[in-house]
Design a protein around this ligand. Sequence first.
Ligand code: ANZ
Ligand code: ZN
Length: 648
Amino acid sequence: GWPERVKQQQANWIGRSEGANVDFILCDAEGNAPADPTEDDIITVFTTRADTLFGCSFFLLAPESKLVPQLVAGTEYEAPVMELVEAAKKVTAVERAQGDREKHGAFTGRYVVNPINGEKVPVWVGDYIVADYGTGAVMAVPCGDQRDFEFARKYDLPIIPIILGEDDPLYPQLKDERNRVVTSVDWEEAYNAEGTLVQSGRFTGMTGGKHSEGEEAVVTALQEMGRGKRTVEFRLRDWLISRQRYWGNPIPAIHCEHCGVVPVPEEDLPVRLPEDIDLAAGETLATHAGFVNTTCPKCGVPAKRETDTMDTFTCSSWYYMRYTDPHNVHGPFDPAKANAWMPVDQYIGGIEHAILHLLYSRFFTKVLRDCGLLDFDEPFTNLLCQGMVLDAHGDVMSKSKGNVVSPEEMIAEYGADAVRAYILFLGPPEKEKLWNEDGLPGMYKFLNRLWRQVHDLMGKADEDTLFAGSVDEKAAQAAAEKLARERHRVVGKVSADIERNNFNTAIAAIMELSNAAGEFLRATDAEARAANADYAALSQEVAEVLVKLMAPITPHLSDELWRTALGREGFVYSEPWPEFDPEKAKADEVELAVQICGKVKTRIMVAADAPEPDILEAARAAVSDALAGKEVKKEVYVPGRLVNIVAV
Ligand code: ANZ
Ligand code: ZN
């Protein structure tokens, strides 16, 4: 239940990869390959896709690579390359791993030779290459790797198709082609599935992909040439958990000049931060005598406490377990309680935590499980990463930029429920959103209308909102039928939308139910609704349904209506969710003949109350083949009977 993107980022962050090291040979500054290459002339890459070697159109070094300054020293490429190297220092590994940053690169002026086909390819520096993974050098294959693809598009480097799916338009032409005849593609993105190798010399026709037949064959060939070997790479990252900060949990250790580092004995835990520290005056834990000075628990001589504190992530990695047992003074939590409540069904958090908090939490959970404290191994069953809210200029709102809007003023004017409903109405929670308050008064108006409608339906409206004229019985009946249908349809839709976190479409559906209620209220009056048992029952039911559907979105308004308008007790949240019957949600359908120039071509079923434009569209769609190439001159709709399309 986690977004693919987060899983991918975690897989990129730590893990195990089977692949091969492949040796490329560095050409001299004139672009000539050494006749007899030595160790120093070799640059090795790590690849999981040796099968794609024939599609390597350039070569990449990480900005931190020690080779980079040597390659460009004293050349015209030095300035742009070193500028890129400097800029890359400001990008953290976490940001690089996020993968969706714009890529930057610079040509070094040098070339390397591809061992499989002897081809010379240019060496670039690319800021998406990680220095401490593999060898820090990469054979770039834009047709098979999305990052290389984007880089190639940006810097106009060749994208050579060497792996194709059978449905690719190039497949028939290239499937047996050993030589390179096509050197560019108009693709939108790289082809990163399994496929057939093409334009790949004697490997053409083999399957390509991770651990594929082609990959095996190419690695074997490289091994025979002495230019490659099988390897396994582990991506492992350090987590720096100690910091020189006051806020953080103290590391329970004591430094003794005789005994070294001594753990604080269990009975002295927890070590608490001093509260009489004057941070504003520059005091730190290290300068706070009362905190630092202690005695060695082993030998009893004066000793000093550890003054680094732990990264706050150490707390956020397990706080959810503490929630299951918050008052426990004997331990972090009672395993029975944690096991009863956990794992978290639905976790909501920003994508920026993908490889920090969300990875550490999984790690802590697994460690606690291995310690026998937990009987589950993943902390969060479902994860929703909410989209960022952008300001009017499209910039991400953040405290540090000072462009956040405070909900307080809006709440003071429209109330917390209106602001909450409006935020939910902005769009699906995982999408990013431009903040714009223009729609807030509209949401406020809707909630007011809903308030009046529920009172009207319950026969509790102010006198002056009552309909005074005579009731057209046929119109009232039609409005009642539509409202009864909408009641079932909308409950079905809202139930499904909420399950998928689509609160915006749920609110839109509730608005439709409110519209149908409005039509019904306008077509009847309080007296007619009270006199007709069906109308009375429908009114009450719809009032209750509206209140229940709105309750998760506008809890205050709904509870107020629950008690005042509906005259109930307690809270809506302890009531059952409304039931619905999909059969009752169906509109009556009628069959229409569809004619072209008076001749019946087919028949269609349409909702009896569908508006004319919808019916004409359905009719045209039903005979679209017959209409192909013709111009529609006229359309005649005879309700309940037919649509005639005049086309020439
Ligand atoms: C050529 C190629 C072709 C690749 C293709 C992929 C697809 P994992 O699976 O995560 O281990 N790579 C190697 N070292 C890198 C580094 N230091 N920084 C950034 N990327 C690096 O990824 C292995 C793949 O990541 C390698 O396989 C290499 O690109 C790239 F169609 O080589 B591949
Ligand atoms: Zn000691």
